[in-house]
Structure formats: structure tokens, C-alpha cells
Design a protein around this ligand. Structure first.
Ligand code: SF4
Length: 810
């Protein structure tokens, strides 16, 4: 097999296919398509591992449990349903920052986490005991992608194959930093792979990112990734692989690479891939894995990076690292990069304790950056210098430190830096996603009052990768992404428009303190680096990875092949096999929602707190639920999720011309919540469509965004373009993604009836769409964004779950 000149990422795919060709599911054609790099051709291959987090993983396991129940109902052996490849679920998404600013915060937040999630965790423990090839990593052990990086990944597996990891989390791409091809998929796709189906995709274009130049003093890996995110978003890499190469590749550590690979979904790429090289070997050896063996096999397989080899790419983007400057990104999107110090804010409104432009939440959070010792040590050093000058965080700022692995705390402690972070309020609040996923907990009460009473425009600063509207806290004007070092600086300054020229604070004697006075130098950071690279830390952290704390061990469950679906508001038996498969026909459908560009999965299926006034909130309260918590925790309950569909307070529907999950029923023009109106249409037997703009479904791999779409009765989404994972999730739920022209240009108003004519149902086929009412008729053509023949089968079967179950029965 001649892999020369192919990008390394494609070589990994080719090797995988060559090892799994069986002439049926995976064929020689698949291999030829890669070796001859036939962009756009459909291929099938076998991922070697599946990784999940609890928000997306619980519904996936609920589906598997329901498959078992369905087999039992049909008199068949339920234990046919088991993952057939290694599958790991890390419980990291549920912990919330209820307590902070105290050394007890971690214990108290975990206690609360178990109180809230006992029913879910019992279900997961049942799954751990009942399914084969499934490992559960209990709460408190760290964040999925950091654990994957530091421990779970082998790079080359026991069958001497390069690992290909799919994950039910969009930032699975982070593992690309370690030379592993990995990306986020919908829970539904992951289910199919776990049950032995190949993964289907199309041969991608591969954009080479050539790294040159030296990183300037004061520039962090966070600045690099924000720069790359902005650059590649402008370039347009959606649906493509991005592969890094060049003279300066070797200057980036695995943790730097992981930070950059992590944000592949933010720059729009399927993967951000760094080929295996000496840095990979060094990191594997450091973290207790056999780097030398990996090197030997990688060289034999032709996937060990060789700078001299000429690799062909679809296109090359050059990045001169020396041109990158300190940055932040926000307030609403990760690709809105702003040069640090250039943000200007008008302070019009004043409250009792805050005013416009103040930072009220500063969180060192997220696998993106807490996995990187450069920025974590840097944050500690800045804290030390600030505290020694007598500075403190502003009292109105909610501060927190939630590293993705306890290793971070070990090295910060040994470096003597943790007490300084704590002096500024950055106590450890959890080893999980916390603020990054929107589990920031409430703001300080007086701050909330000021925002509500005076309309103050206040901000959060987090070291995460996403800042979509309403994600961190709906009361905030926006969220900025920044390095952990800057997060600490913002907490001290308490305002968002800090810069290098003006003091960020004053010491107790009134002397101004500038950022340059406390900024950590690279030399200072490096002086502690040997602590962060101590192999013993990694070995001791991971020796008990599958064993939980006493809260976990206390949960009692009885292993059984079939889950008994006890009464719960968290885990409810889903309806997937109860509904008959409907005829594929869209005639005289109504437009349920008329939406703009960049509709995210957070808009479609919110992750934040459940408001008591919302449909989901009212429903839970009617069941006697006392604490509503977040949608993420309720994803095992389809009744809650459907009521939460399209209910994000920041979702603007042009049918009602306002935000907040409302729409109009036609023809009577009655306004109501999206859930209420969708249910009315359902009763009337009216099919529904959604019409939207560009980048529909960006954000996460959350399959609930597709599940609620289907449950609301939406048959097709007509959008200008779709983001990769959500598109495949829609298909997996039997909902048609159809690409159309800009609805604004087409003159669509939203009150039309919509009919779609399918002459043939083939990948990428052209369909005729008619929008009409008494006043106008608009005829247009759309492209069916169903990419493969197998996806067509999913659509015909009414979704992937029915497709897989029927295959299993046959
Ligand atoms: Fe968790 Fe944020 Fe990492 Fe996603 S990106 S896994 S939410 S920490």
C-alpha cells in the first residue's frame, strides 16, 4: 500500500480500512478512495474506541437499555445488545459551581452533585455492571478529553493499529494533539459504531497548516488557538481535516497541540491533527505509556512525522507563530478574536456594586486550557506576584478553578502556587466541566440584583472554548475566552477593558499595578515545568481511575440484563420503538421556526439552567421536582427535553420577531411556546419544517438537538448550510437536512405552506421545494444533505436506532 505523499491523517484512515476490509461492510473501494484521495467519495471504516461524557452518554446508554427492553418484548435475547469495541464514559459534565471561594468548595460541590444526580449515577452504575466493554469513570476524576489525553489513549492499540476515536463530545478532536484521529459524533452514530456498524464518512479535503517562526514572549497557547480559530474560520474549513506541519511543529508540546486540536469544532474542521513525532513519544513515556514502542510501529506503518517528506495537501495555510499576539475572543463567538487591550467599553449604567463593562465571573475552566501546564503555571505565577503586591480579586467576581485532572492540582501545590490562586478566590471547585458547559452556578446575589434592576451589561471571562449566547449565564451581556493567566488578571481588575498601558489595580498603598508588573515570564514558567512533567503524578492519579469516591461506591445497584426503568424524572424509557415509521412525504408542511444564521445546538436544545417559567420547568414542577437544575442532567428524560426544544432565551424566531422560544400557529396566528404550538400541529396532523440561515447546528455533538427536532414533529430542516455533527444527527433521527438559498433573498415570510418533492432519494440529490400561500408562491431547489447510501437507509428506516435494531434481529 503506497501511502507516500498522503497527509498523515489520511494514512491513518487507510491503515484502518486495510485492517478491516471484509468485502461487505468495508471494501476495497473504501481503501482505493483513500489511497487515491477521491475527495467526496463515501468511505466506511471501523473506529477503534468510543468515548463519551455523561450529558451525551446517558441518553446513549438509555437507548441501548431500551434496545434491550425492545428485544425482550419481542422474545429475543436482550444481551445481544453490548458495545463490541472498548467504550468509556467519563462523568464530568454534571458538577456545578454552587460553592466557591473556600477550600471546602470541592467537597461541597461533589456532595451536591451526588444529591442531584443519584438517579442518573445509579443508572450508569447499572450500565457499568450490565454491558460488556463499557467502562465508567466516576465523578471527580477529571474531564473526558484530558483523561483521554493523559491516560486512556494508546495511540497504537493492542492490535498494532493506529487508534481512531469517536466521541459523543465535539471536543474529542483534542486527541489529535497526540497523533490520534478523533472527532465528535452524534450519540446516535456512536451507538451504531458501538454495536458493530462501521462509521461512514466522505473522503475529506485536508488543509495543511504550516507552522513557522518563534512564539513571542508573553504569548500563550491560548493566544495561538484563538488566532488559528479566527484564521481558519475565515478560510472556511468546515467538513475538512486540518493537519499541522512545518518547522515549528516540534516547538509545540503535546499539551500545546492538544489546546489547538481541542478547538477544531470552533474553527469548523472535522479534526485538527498533529502527526506522531518525538514530542508524542516523550509525552507517552512521561505519562506511563510506551512511547518508544509507538514510535517503532508508527515508523513501520509510515505514520511517523518526517519533516523532509513532501506531503500533498488540498491547500496550505501558513501561520507565522511570531505574528501572534495576546488575545481574547468574544463576546458571543469563539472566532471573534480581539487583540488584548483593544476592547473599549462605554460605562453608561451603574448599579449598587457593579457598572457596565465589569467582569463578574472569572473561571479557570475547561479541558482546552487546564490541560496545559504552561498557562496553568502561568496563572499561578501571576497570582503569586499579585498577592505579594497586596492585590485581591474584586469582591463582585465569582472565581473558580476547575482543572480537567487532579494532576494539575498536584503540580500547582508542589510548585507552591495553589495558595496564591486561592488567595484570589481560585479554589478548586471540581474536576469536571463546570463553567465551561454552563454549570457556573448562580452569580453573586448583589450582582444579579444589579443586572436585573439596572440592566448592567456585565461579562464573564473563562479559559474555555465556547461562549455562545446564554451558555454561561443568561444574565450576562457576553463571555470572553482567555488564557487562565488573563482570567486571573481580569478577576483582579474586575473589568473587561484592561490593557497594558493603564494600571489593572492599585496596591494597598495606592501605587498603580500594571499587567507587565505581574505577568509570568517564560523562564519563570519553565522553572516549574519539571513538576508538571512528573510521571509519578500521572501514575498515582490514574491508578484508581475506575474506582469512585465513597459517594460513588455507596450507590447500590443490582446487575440485570434489562433495566427496570424505575420511576424517575431523570431517566425515562424513551419512545423510539413505539412509534410507527411514517411515510417519507412532506406536503403542506408549516414552518415552525424561521431562524437566522449560526443557530447552535445550545439554541436548539439548551444546556443551561431550566427556568421555572419554561415548558420544561413547569412540567418538572408539576411532578413535584424541587430543584430544576440543568437540561444537561435531564437528558435521560425525553419528556423534559422535548419541552426544552428551541426554548433558549436567546433564540430569535423571525416568525414572532422576538427571542425566547416562542412561535406562531398558522393560519390563526396564535402565539405560543414552540412546544405548545408544535403539539397543536401534531394533533392536527400537520408536518413541520424549520427554515434557517448559515451554519445551522454549530456547537456540540448533542444528539438531543436532533432528537427534539424529530419529537416536535419536524420532518426537514431547510438551511443555507449545516454544521457537520448536527447534520448527521438529524439524519440519524430521520429528519431531512436540505440546503437552500438564503430564505431572506427568496422572500420567505414564514406563513407559507411548504411542499417538498423527492424524485429520487439519493445522497446529495436535488429536491424541488414550493413555499406558497394566497399571496405568494416561491419555487426553489434544495440539495438533500444526506451524504451516503447508508444514511439514505437510516432515513428510510425512520432513524439509525430502528435501522440497527432491525439488522440485529435479522
Ligand atoms: Fe467539558 Fe468544556 Fe471540555 Fe467540553 S470543552 S469536555 S464542556 S470542559
Amino acid at each position: 500500500m503506497d501511502l507516500n505523499n498522503l497527509p498523515y491523517s489520511l494514512r491513518v484512515l487507510a491503515i484502518n480500512i486495510s485492517k478491516h476490509i471484509d468485502g461487505e461492510k468495508i471494501t476495497q473501494d473504501d481503501l482505493d478512495a483513500i489511497i487515491n484521495w477521491k475527495v467526496g467519495n463515501e468511505i466506511s471504516f471501523m473506529p477503534t474506541r468510543v468515548i463519551m461524557q455523561d450529558y451525551t452518554g446517558v441518553p446513549l446508554l438509555v437507548d441501548l437499555a431500551e434496545m434491550r427492553s425492545e428485544l425482550a418484548r419481542r422474545g429475543l435475547n436482550p444481551e445481544k445488545v453490548n458495545p463490541i469495541i472498548q467504550s468509556d464514559l467519563v462523568i464530568d459534565h454534571s458538577i456545578q459551581v454552587d460553592y466557591y471561594g473556600t477550600s471546602y468548595a470541592l467537597t461541597l460541590n461533589m456532595k451536591k452533585e451526588f444529591e442531584r444526580n443519584e438517579e442518573r449515577y445509579k443508572f450508569l452504575k447499572w450500565a457499568q455492571r450490565s454491558f460488556k466493554n463499557l467502562r465508567i469513570i466516576p465523578p471527580g476524576k477529571g474531564i473526558i478529553h484530558q483523561i483521554n489525553l493523559e491516560y486512556l489513549s494508546k495511540v497504537i492499540n493492542d492490535n498494532n493499529e493506529p487508534e481512531i476515536v469517536i466521541g459523543t463530545d465535539s471536543h474529542t478532536t483534542m486527541i489529535g494533539g497526540l497523533g490520534i484521529l478523533g472527532w465528535g459524533v452524534g450519540g446516535l452514530e456512536a451507538e451504531a459504531v458501538m454495536l458493530g456498524e462501521p462509521y461512514h464518512s466522505i473522503v475529506p479535503e485536508v488543509i495543511g497548516v504550516k507552522l513557522e517562526g518563534e512564539i513571542r514572549e508573553g504569548v500563550t497557547p491560548t493566544d495561538i488557538v484563538l488566532y488559528i480559530t479566527e484564521l481558519l474560520r475565515k478560510k472556511g474549513v468546515v467538513g475538512k481535516y486540518v493537519e499541522f506541519f512545518g518547522n515549528s511543529l516540534s516547538k509545540l508540546t503535546i499539551q500545546d497541540r492538544a489546546t489547538i486540536a481541542n478547538m477544531a469544532p470552533e474553527y469548523g474542521a472535522t479534526v485538527g491533527y498533529f502527526p506522531i513525532d518525538e514530542q508524542t513519544v516523550k509525552y507517552l513515556n512521561l505519562t506511563g505509556r510506551d512511547g518508544d514502542k509507538v514510535k517503532k510501529i508508527a515508523m513501520e506503518l509510515g505514520i511517523f512525522y518526517n519533516e523532509k517528506e513532501e506531503v500533498k495537501y488540498s491547500d496550505v495555510v501558513e501561520v507565522n507563530l511570531s505574528e501572534i499576539e495576546p488575545s481574547i475572543a468574544g463576546p458571543k463567538n469563539p472566532d471573534e478574536r480581539i487583540r488584548f487591550g483593544s476592547l473599549k467599553i462605554e460605562r453608561k449604567k451603574k448599579g449598587n456594586i457593579i457598572q457596565d463593562g465589569d467582569v463578574v465571573l472569572a473561571a479557570i475552566t475547561s479541558c482546552t486550557n487546564t490541560s496545559n501546564p504552561t498557562v496553568m503555571l502561568g496563572a499561578g505565577i501571576l497570582a503569586k506576584k499579585a498577592v505579594e503586591l497586596g492585590l485581591r480579586s474584586k469582591p463582585y467576581v465569582k472565581t473558580s478553578l476547575a482543572p480537567g485532572s487532579p494532576v494539575v492540582v498536584k503540580y500547582l501545590k508542589d510548585a507552591g502556587l495553589l495558595p496564591y490562586l486561592e488567595a484570589l478566590g481560585f479554589h478548586v471547585v471540581g474536576f469536571g466541566c463546570t463553567t465551561c458547559i454552563g454549570n457556573a452556578g448562580p452569580l453573586i446575589k448583589e450582582v444579579e440584583n444589579d443586572i436585573r434592576t439596572y440592566g448592567i451589561e456585565a461579562y464573564a471571562v473563562i479559559s474555555g472554548n465556547r461562549n455562545f449566547e446564554g451558555r454561561i449565564n443568561p444574565l450576562l451581556k457576553g463571555t470572553f475566552l482567555a488564557s487562565p493567566i488573563l482570567v486571573v488578571a481580569f478577576a483582579i481588575a474586575g473589568r473587561i477593558d484592561i490593557n497594558y498601558e493603564e494600571p489593572i489595580a492599585f496596591d494597598p498603598n495606592g501605587k498603580p499595578v500594571y499587567l507587565r508588573d505581574i505577568w509570568p515570564t517564560l523562564e519563570e514558567i519553565n522553572s516549574y515545568m519539571n513538576l508538571a512533567m512528573n510521571p509519578e503524578y500521572y501514575l498515582s492519579q490514574y491508578s484508581t481511575i475506575f474506582k469512585g469516591d465513597e459517594n460513588w461506591e455507596k450507590l447500590s445497584v443490582t446487575p440485570s440484563p434489562i433495566y427496570d426503568w424505575p420511576k424517575s424524572t431523570y431517566i425515562v424509557e424513551p419512545p423510539w420503538f413505539k412509534e410507527e415509521n411514517e411515510k417519507l412525504e412532506i406536503k403542506k408542511a408549516r414552518i415552525l421556526l424561521l431562524l437566522g444564521d449560526k443557530i447552535t445546538t445550545d439554541h436548539i436544545s439548551p444546556a443551561g439552567p431550566i427556568s421555572p417559567d419554561s415548558e420544561a420547568g413547569k412540567y418538572l414542577l408539576s411532578l413535584g421536582v424541587k430543584e430544576l437544575n440543568t437540561f444537561g442532567a435531564r437528558r435521560g428524560n425525553h419528556e423534559v427535553m422535548i419541552r426544552g426544544g428551541f426554548s433558549n432565551p436567546k433564540l430569535k424566531n423571525y416568525l414572532v420577531n422576538k427571542e425566547g422560544g416562542y412561535t406562531i400557529h398558522f393560519p390563526d396566528k396564535r402565539e405560543g411556546t414552540v412546544y405548545e404550538i408544535a403539539m397543536q400541529y401534531k394533533k392536527e396532523g400537520v408536518p413541520l419544517v424549520v427554515v434557517a440561515g448559515k451554519q445551522y447546528g454549530s456547537g456540540s455533538s448533542r444528539d438531543w438537538a436532533a432528537k427534539v427536532t424529530a419529537l416536535l414533529g419536524i420532518k426537514a430542516v431547510l438551511a443555507e448550510s449545516f454544521e457537520r455533527i448536527h447534520r448527521s444527527n438529524l439524519v440519524a433521527m430521520g429528519v431531512l437536512p436540505i440546503e437552500i438559498e438564503d430564505w431572506r433573498k427568496l422572500g420567505i415570510k414564514g406563513d407559507e405552506l411548504v411542499s417538498i418533492e423527492f424524485n429520487d432519494l439519493n445522497p446529495g440529490s436535488r429536491v424541488r421545494i414550493i413555499f406558497e400561500n394566497n399571496e405568494r408562491k416561491v419555487e426553489t431547489y434544495g440539495i438533500l444533505r444526506v451524504n451516503t447510501k447508508t444514511e439514505i437507509e437510516y432515513i428510510k428506516s425512520g432513524g439509525i436506532l430502528k435501522y440497527v435494531l432491525e439488522k440485529m434481529i435479522k
